[in-house]
Ligand binder design. Sequence first.
Ligand code: SF4
Ligand code: SF4
Length: 330
Amino acid sequence: MPRAAYWRAEAAGITCELCPHGCRIAEGRSGLCKVRRNERGAMVLPFFGLVSSLAVDPIEKKPLHHYLPGSNVFSAGFVGCNLRCPFCQNWRISQEIPASLERHDPRSLAEAALRSGCPSIAYTYSEPSVHFEFVLASMAEARAVGLRTVLVTNGCINGGPARELLALTDAVNVDLKTWSPEAYERVLGGRRDTVLEFIRIAAELCHVEATTLVVPDLSDSVEGMRSIAGFLASLSKDLPLHISAYHPAWNHGAPPPPSKLLGELAIAARVELRFVYIGNVAGEAADTLCPSCGSVVIARRGYHVDMKGLAVAGATGRCASCSAPLHIIV
Ligand code: SF4
Ligand code: SF4
């Protein structure tokens, strides 16, 4: 069984150093994420390469709106997670271990992605960072065959491994689930400041977009959204923020937030950021507007993408109307 990185042996077991939980794991037991295990005093990876789902998705579904817009991405999901968000849409793979899993090695997964014809591969659905070793190896193989790499993550990973992972990542979408450190810990079982540090590192190393799911009593305050947008704007005013509507799932039955509230949150975020999108609402347009002249650069209806307003200049886009440079990677 493959050995893990980022752990240390101790008298009463081993301590995992991958994420801020720092699980102390006794012989024969697994950490909180369920996928890292102590066997005979060493941390091993029983779920290395075990994939719960493979699919070809529009890249807008990750969501990434400023990275290869209009393209498809080969998406791989695993099992386990180091958070326990009560509204998790993917709880059947994040909080439970499904019976049918398919084993891949890093190269075979990259080859499957290449055969799909997609220009990129995404590690997504449950939390990929708890499979740090496999994702790292798979990203290296994917890059070797000419694919771009996409990470969709909760960002709850310590700085050292985060740097390693992000050095091989081309684009990341990271959840910033609430501005409240207390709610991060009590409701989600995570650490806000670890996520903020992850986003800072990501902004140095790759293309970054952020998502805040609007959940009643967790992330629905205008003041909290202002703080989230202010933090992201301190890294770049061009960092796209997706304000996404929560829908009841798993252990959370509260009704979804009204569209009016999402609009108010978006207005608050736009004081700080130039690209703010509302997602997960039927019929809601998520167009990209040129911040200089206001023209529609990319029109989106659901996953239909029309890029007539985008002029390509090298690897990035410009507004076709006024030629303003845009941080959109094409
Ligand atoms: S990665 Fe898993 S085992 Fe390691 S500290 Fe985090 S939750 Fe615990
Ligand atoms: S971080 Fe994502 S996968 Fe994990 S419990 Fe929360 S919503 Fe589910």
